[in-house]
Design a protein around this ligand. Structure first.
Ligand code: SAM
Ligand code: SF4
Length: 314
């Protein structure tokens, strides 16, 4: 669930520097987001991940997180979690724990402050690292999402750092989503190659461990930590995907790599009763496709879908 399309960073693989954002009137209120999420929970969704844009820059977002926490109390929801760039974590870490959040994903591509600034354009690495420390101190389990891009040679260091702090780390391939003022063929590196390189440094032991998402994990013998690979391009996992993505305007995408979507805002706003909404959700889920259409190579140098990743949040 993307709770906002806005962000305090402008990562080079995610957004152009001069990004145009949605008019506020199009964006669902926190109450509407709650009603929509609750409809999905009623239908059996037991894991919610809040994302963005940057979820923690949405005004009063903690009110939504606290409200959704009630579904954890009843047992209807098994996990409430967020994906964040970490810039606001120092402020919110303990409150997140208080709302029932146990595990979060923080996206950090590099531990080099200058490179971090170059990748995020506007980000301050020290703030993010302080946020991560605060989250660890508050007892959150953290998964670091290191995105393949310009950090290829730093991956062994990132792995050692994450595992040294007891965090999982997952690598993900760049996906061709939206125009970003950059050449995707330059950004894309198949993780099969990364894995082969890492195997020269580390003993990667296969495991069946899963955290419910698309990552496939190995255990790094030397560090004892878990390393995940998300490979939507080099090895797609569409057959086991049970995810859908909701934007902050109430648009439901049944696949990250397809244009097909369902508008849930109209049925949501049409009546205070949830019958129309429930019917729209059922109809949309029935259209979930078999798989995505992502390809990155010299002949396919255009985005597979025109929207940015920040619309659906990952
Ligand atoms: N702002 C938050 C963050 O950065 O974690 C949440 C939203 S962000 C869009 C979610 C994740 O998508 C981040 O881990 C980011 O690195 C990743 N991402 C953005 N654009 C991507 C792309 N084109 N391909 C693959 N991952 C992408
Ligand atoms: Fe913002 Fe996350 Fe996109 Fe970076 S990846 S610009 S932090 S939404």
């Amino acid at each position: 669930v993307s709770v906002t399309d806005r962000c305090d960073f402008r990562c080079v693989y995610c957004m152009p520097e001069h990004m145009s954002f949605l008019p506020k009137a199009d964006v669902l209120s926190l109450e509407e987001l709650d009603r929509l999420c609750s409809a999905f929970v009623r239908k059996g969704v037991n894991k919610l991940r809040l994302t963005g844009g940057e979820p923690l820059v949405r005004r009063d977002v903690m009110k939504l997180i606290r409200a959704l926490g009630r579904h954890l109390d009843t047992g209807a929801l098994k996990e409430l979690t967020i994906t964040t760039n970490g810039s606001q974590l120092a402020r919110y870490a303990s409150e997140l724990v208080d709302c029932g959040v146990k595990r979060i994903n923080v996206s950090v591509d590099t531990l080099d402050a200058e490179k971090f600034r170059a990748i995020t354009r506007w980000g301050d690495l020290d703030k993010v690292l302080a946020g991560i420390e605060a989250a660890l101190a508050a007892g959150l389990k953290i998964k670091i999402v290191a995105l393949r891009g310009v950090n290829e040679h730093e991956l062994p260091d990132l792995i050692a750092w994450a595992h040294g702090k007891g965090m999982d780390i997952t690598l993900i391939e760049t996906m061709p989503m939206g125009d970003v003022d950059a050449d995707r063929t330059e950004q894309y590196l198949p993780l099969s190659l990364v894995r082969a390189e890492l195997s020269k440094l580390y003993s990667l032991e296969p495991t069946d461990e899963r955290t419910g998402g698309p990552a496939r994990y190995v255990r790094v013998k030397e560090t004892g930590g878990r390393l995940g690979f998300i490979t939507p391009l080099s090895h797609n996992f569409c057959e086991s995907c049970n995810r859908v993505r909701l934007t902050c305007t109430g648009t439901l995408y049944m696949c990250l790599g397809q244009e097909d979507a369902a508008d849930l805002r109209a049925p949501l706003r049409a009546s205070a009763d949830d019958a129309l909404l429930d019917a729209a959700i059922d109809e949309a889920i029935g259209r979930k496709p078999k798989g995505h259409d992502f390809v990155i190579d010299r002949r396919h140098n255009r985005p597979a879908v025109s929207r940015q990743m920040s619309l659906t949040g990952g």
